[in-house]
Design a protein around this ligand. Structure first.
Ligand code: T1G
Length: 710
């Protein structure tokens, strides 16, 4: 079988230097064709007597191997076919693991899924100490499990606990941590990766083999090293997974079973069970949805939201006005993610100092979690500065304001910033509701004004709404989108309309939560039901996190803009008056002891004038909350608030945690079926009012039997 084009090799002093470089593809991925190629190449290497050992590298600049070709999953039609795909992958890597000549692998860039499984099948792993070199088995994030031996080889290499920690979360480890865990044998400077890997192959050709010691000392021996200890590990992990997934994501439990089965019954039985479980998972609707989200997010990585986007301006200095919770979050994230110079400004120095300290906490947290070194921490901290004047703004390419959510205040800041920055610089508002054209109405250079709406906490929330006004220059749009990506965010470009996308669809949901409270639904019951539905937290907890004052402000702006349909719930009014703003004031609907959240504060029922005596049945509670959101989402799509259902769904998932396994509000609407939704909404409208009246878009889909996704 002639070797395919993806793998090439050359002999160097008895070492076959193999390079994997998939032609025409930005990343290396293992498709059926590549598997054939690998098999043919290894046959040739085995046959060639001059080959004493193999050194394996990627020819790609930033990726080693990104895993199996995810596009092949989409075509799978049965669990049996998927099981076959997994078993084929296992057979290939079994061939590599049993190859009669030693294999050393040099890893630079992303080494994920089947890519790491390949490396685990090799005899020696060298990794470059570079931010791009990341290792992990992220399969559960695609609703599947590591199906090419990863559930067998990783636990045997680093112990059950450390392996489960990676496999059950799908988290990706930077190279230094992968070295500390024992996944890679050597961590080297990128420039020396090739030589050191070749040297290792040479040593192995001479019979040398590395001695790997089990890490973690006595605890590791007690827990990982014997069946009893492992039983405890699996029991604990199973409990944690059930709580975390809420039973909505079958992959982590299946992966746990594949690991446990293999450690109990041996690698052969483990591989069989692994392939079986992979087969079952790969054809589930959950996996299909998560794979759709993967491709949507990778497509969004290249999409600037406008046709023919001009090249973005590279932001080297960022100005941030407003050193409060959002401003300091933006400043800290900009320094740690993009490494840009950040100048903060607020009304007085004590506020600036507080903001700088909060921004530095984001760096401290990265240091504590060993994501950056002490040296990097010091270097990045030096990029942060601030004052109570606009000194230093003269060199900024971009300024983001995060001041009080008030039009006049924002217009005043805009005027001050325009006077301090170069004409070519852009001004972005972090407003969450106020239309950008209204803020820009006071601008001298309205074409340089745009909205960049971050979500709290900024360092953790992945979504960024980029909102151009009609007058915003295309170059400012691409600059905002590109800068958002450098902050590690997924930007979606949305229309300049009150509440943009996220608050447009979230506000009716929050108002309905207020209506249900007033109808006697208990706070913890409502939150429990929506967590069960798949949200990370329920609507009432979310209100406490966001802050009742912010929620009230948003609800007011939305009511002014859209009228009766957005009537704020009377239940919430008393909260702000009584100073119960939520977590930030230590009391809201729930009690808080410092950062620790307590139970519901029963006193709020009296405050909002209701008693938790039941209200509608659970199914109707969920239905009212979800359908009022889907209805508004459909209406907003009809108005072009988002450019595609894809952007809308990714926005809702990344913006406020709409359940990923449901694919987002618009995919979920497609699954429920527009006709059924219209019927239910009409029933709810009759009973509870016009806010449930089905929108034209849904009625049209119902009439034409069409969906958001063709
Ligand atoms: N399969 C198919 N296409 C892939 C791919 C993959 N594994 N990885 C990337 N792409 C495409 C992507 O869609 C995009 O396409 C282009 O490559 C560049 O990607 C048996 C079964 C590697 C960190 O989950 O995390 O192995 O838009 O824009 O920002 O156990 O891509 O150009 O047409 O994202 O530099 C497990 C997925 C698979 C890793 C690079 N692997 N990939 O990020 O580029 S399951 C993963 C990533 C598995 C085994 C199982 C990232 C990246 P297009 P990009 P990037």
């Amino acid at each position: 079988m002639a070797p395919g084009p993806a793998l090439t090799w050359a002999l160097a002093d008895g070492i076959a230097v193999v390079t994997f470089d998939l032609p025409g593809e930005p990343v290396n991925k293992i498709s059926r064709a590549v598997k054939q190629d690998v098999l043919a190449t290894f046959e040739a290497l085995e046959r060639d007597a001059q080959v004493q050992a193999v050194a394996f590298f990627s020819g790609k600049p930033d990726t080693f191997i990104a895993g199996a070709d995810i596009e092949e999953f989409v075509t799978l039609t049965s669990a049996a076919e998927a099981e076959r795909l997994s078993a084929d992958g296992q057979d290939l890597l079994e061939r590599v693991a049993r190859f009669p000549k030693p294999i050393a692998v040099g890893i630079h860039g992303a080494c994920l899924g089947g890519g790491l499984e390949f490396a685990l099948a090799c005899g020696y792993r060298v990794a470059s100490d570079h931010p791009k070199t990341q290792l992990g088995l992220p399969e559960v994030q695609l609703g599947i499990l590591p199906g090419a031996g990863g559930c067998q080889r990783l636990p045997r290499l680093i112990g059950a606990r450390a392996a489960l920690d990676m496999i059950l979360t799908g988290k990706v480890e930077p190279a230094p941590r992968a070295f500390r865990l024992g996944i890679v044998d050597e961590l080297v400077h990128p420039a020396t990766l090739k030589d050191i890997t070749l040297a290792a192959a040479k040593r192995m050709a001479g019979g040398w083999r590395t001695k790997r010691r089990r890490r973690g000392g006595l605890v590791a021996w007690l827990l990982d090293g014997n069946p009893l200890g492992r039983q405890l590990v699996f029991r604990t992990a199973r409990k944690q997974v059930r709580v975390k997934t809420g039973g909505n994501y079958p992959a982590p439990l299946a992966a746990l079973e594949a690991v446990e089965h293999g450690l109990k019954h041996g690698i052969r039985e483990g591989l069989k069970r692994e392939a079986q479980l992979f087969g079952q998972l790969a054809v589930t609707d959950v996996s299909r949805k998560l794979v759709q989200i993967f491709f949507a997010t990778t497509a969004l990585k290249k999409d600037f939201g406008i046709p023919n986007p001009p090249p973005p301006v590279a932001v080297r200095r960022l100005g941030v006005v407003g050193a409060g919770f959002m401003g300091s979050g933006i400043a800290g994230t900009a320094v740690v993610q993009a490494g840009v110079d950040v100048r903060m400004k607020d009304a007085d120095l004590p506020r600036v100092a507080k903001g700088l300290a909060a921004a530095r906490e984001i760096l401290d947290d990265r240091l504590k979690r060993r994501r950056i070194t002490r040296y990097e921490h010091a270097r990045l901290a030096a990029l942060l500065s601030g004052g109570d004047t606009y000194a230093g703004f003269g060199r900024a390419e971009l300024v983001i304001e995060a001041v009080f959510e008030d039009l006049q205040v924002k217009q005043q800041v805009l005027g001050e910033v325009e006077a301090a920055i170069p004409e070519s610089a852009a001004f972005a508002s972090n407003t969450s509701t106020i239309p950008i054209h209204r803020i820009a109405a006071a601008a001298r250079r309205p074409e340089q004004v745009i909205g960049m709406h971050f979500f709290s906490p900024v360092a953790r929330m992945p979504l960024l709404e980029v909102i151009p006004s009609q007058r915003t220059a295309p170059g400012v749009i691409s600059t905002a989108v590109a800068f958002g990506r450098r902050l590690g965010k997924t930007p979606i470009v949305v229309q300049d309309s009150p509440g943009f996308w996220i608050n447009r669809i979230l506000t009716p949901y929050m108002n309905e939560a207020g209506q249900l409270l007033a109808a006697g639904v208990a706070i913890e019951e409502m939150d429990r039901l929506m967590v069960q539905f798949g949200f990370p937290v329920g609507p009432i907890t979310l209100l406490d996190e966001v802050g009742m004052d912010v929620a009230e402000k948003v609800a007011g702006v939305m009511y002014d803009a859209f009228g009766e349909r957005f009537t704020p719930s009377p239940a919430f009014a008393g909260m702000v008056k009584s100073g119960r703003l939520g977590r930030k004031t230590g009391k809201g609907f729930y009690t808080y002891d410092g950062a620790k959240k307590g139970g519901v504060d029963a006193a709020v029922y009296e405050l909002i004038g209701t008693q938790p005596n039941g209200g509608p049945r659970p199914a109707e509670i969920i239905q009212r909350l979800v359908l009022v959101m889907l209805n508004e989402a459909a209406r907003a799509v009809g108005e072009g608030i988002v450019r595609s259902p894809r952007d809308g769904d990714i926005g809702a998932i990344f913006g406020f945690g709409f359940p990923p396994f449901r694919g987002g509000p618009l995919r979920h609407a497609d699954d429920l079926g527009p006709a059924r939704i219209v019927g239910e909404l009409e029933r709810l409208a009759e009973r509870y009012g016009a806010r449930f009246a089905p929108c034209d878009v849904l009625q049209e889909h119902a009439r034409a039997n069409t969906k958001f996704y063709p």
